[in-house]
Ligand binder design. Structure first.
Ligand SMILES: [Zn+2]
Length: 499
């Protein structure tokens, strides 16, 4: 029994997030092992949502073999976790410009692959490459064949996304999992990674190797990284406090106290609302707008109970869990409108009136061209509030109505009742959440019972203009929506937009 393979140690909950691991005897350790990894030969499984992401098939001389784990040196995996700890668990923004949002659901890995396809050979891709070094597990493989898994902070969760991308030079190995993604709380991911690290460091046979002491030093260095570093990653995508960090701390002394209170937390979660808000603001936001937003947030604080009717309609339905955030937004808008519509006979949806009747306050404010299009504030400690940025290109003419409906979606569905949200609508907010709120707004303002149009009309353009006036929406928004719900064809849409 001396050479029997040991059982896996299971750390975490395989139904959400877990790592299974064991050390085994290196078949030719002395001959080939790199000195930075020698002795750490072992098996690794990463489980998310009950799926083993490390299952692969490999074509060998004897045919196809199925492997249930990655078998490789494990020291590099732990070095990667420890070195990147603060970024891995706190960096919130994806680098570079995101491609236009279509109706598909996207994970961080999907954005990375789009960037790779678009800019793979030019300089623009460099920021993505650096980002991937901090967030893609393949950066930890040091020559091994690791599955394609990305970790990305989103709010108080970590999004884990994966796929079956073939590794160059290793075409005979196929990871079996279909592309997908899931969320787990930051706390749970951090504690699994930290526990598996402790497990590894406790293995008695490892202490003799030269890399072991170095790994211990890295752990000590990680343990010294304080809340400032973690917040810098969350707010400014850097290991040093940047502009958003200083604007936030300058404007809100409560945040400085919060930072001090959590100075030595291994992971920062949940974030207080002001921090969460700044995480999704544009790095270019003006100092005045940042101060105005903090002021609005503070003046929205209340110890009064939430309006009952609003609370009744509120439900936490995570947008990332929907197969199509777009369809989800359409469905939710119809459900809500059927309950709150004051007058179905009216030609347009009176969103101002509806929001008012739900006791949600609307504030129209100058927040600069780089400010968010709108902000949704709600929860146990806040009077429900929608902020509309007068200076945003979205909010000219009839666009304001869209923004109000969009923010209403966040207030109703992007939070649980026990938790406050402060959500700025910007390109840095979670893509699925934004997609869904956009679809919600479109359906809320243009429900099927208000969008009857004769697609065979002789002068379709005139019909559309008339309908847009009736609905109090822009012509462009109406044309897109009519095509999306099948009232007009794709060619009709293109022809109308070309005019
Ligand atoms: Zn939004």
């Amino acid at each position: 029994m001396k050479n029997a393979t040991p059982d896996f140690a299971t750390i975490g909950d395989m139904a959400t997030f877990a790592v299974r691991i064991r050390l085994i005897k290196d078949p030719d350790r002395l001959a080939h092992a790199p000195c930075s990894s020698v002795g750490s030969w072992g098996d690794l499984q990463i489980w998310v949502s009950g799926i083993n992401l490390c299952e692969s098939s490999i074509i060998t001389g004897q045919g196809m073999r199925r492997l249930e784990h990655v078998r490789w040196y494990l020291a590099p995996f732990f070095r990667w976790i420890v070195k990147n700890w603060s970024a891995l668990l706190h960096e919130y923004r994806l680098p570079g410009n995101l491609p236009n949002l279509d109706s598909r659901r996207r994970w961080a890995r999907g954005f990375y692959l789009s960037a790779l396809q678009l800019h793979g050979d030019d300089e623009q891709f460099q920021v993505w490459q650096e980002w991937a070094l901090r967030h893609s597990i393949r950066a930890a493989s040091e020559g091994g064949l690791f599955p394609d898994i990305f970790f990305q902070r989103t709010g108080d969760d970590i999004e884990i996304s994966w796929g079956d991308r073939v590794l160059l030079g290793a075409e005979s190995v196929d990871f079996l999992v279909e592309p997908g993604g899931a969320h787990a709380s930051v706390q749970s991911v951090a504690s699994v990674l930290d526990d598996v690290l402790s497990w590894f460091l406790k293995q008695p046979e490892l202490a003799q190797f030269p890399w072991y002491a170095q790994l211990r030093e890295l752990v000590a260095k990680r343990n010294k990284e304080d809340a400032e570093t973690k917040l810098a990653w969350f707010l400014d995508s850097s290991d040093r406090p940047g502009r958003l960090y200083s604007l936030l701390h300058k404007g809100d002394s409560a945040v400085s106290k919060w930072t001090q209170d959590h100075l030595h937390d291994q992971v920062l979660a949940p974030m207080v609302p002001a921090v969460a808000m700044f995480g999704a603001l544009s790095p270019e936001i003006s100092e005045e707008a940042a101060a105005t937003l903090i002021g609005i947030l503070m003046s929205s604080e209340t110890d009064q109970e939430e309006p009952r009717e609003l609370l009744r309609l509120t439900e936490n339905i995570p947008a990332w869990g929907a197969a199509s955030p777009y369809d989800d937004g359409y469905m939710l808008a119809r459900e809500i409108l059927e309950q709150v519509e004051p007058d179905p006979e009216e030609t347009f949806t009176d969103v101002d009136n509806i929001v008012q009747s739900l006791n949600v306050k609307t504030i129209i404010e100058h927040l600069g061209a780089e400010g968010p299009r709108g902000v949704a504030i709600a929860g146990p400690n806040y009077a429900p509030t929608i902020v509309v940025n007068k200076d945003s290109g979205f909010n000219v003419d009839r666009g304001t109505r869209f923004t109000i409906a969009h923010e209403l979606c966040h207030i109703l569905f992007d939070r649980n009742k026990a938790k406050s949200i402060v959500h700025p609508s910007t390109p840095w907010a979670h893509p699925a959440v934004e997609q869904r709120a956009n679809a919600f707004a479109a359906m809320f303002l243009m429900p099927p019972w208000r969008t009857n149009i004769d697609r065979n009309a002789v002068d379709l353009a005139r019909e559309v203009t008339q309908l847009a006036d009736d609905l109090k929406v822009s012509k462009g928004a109406l044309v897109h929506h009519l095509a999306n719900i099948g009232e007009i064809s794709g060619e009709q849409r293109d022809a109308l937009l070309a005019r």
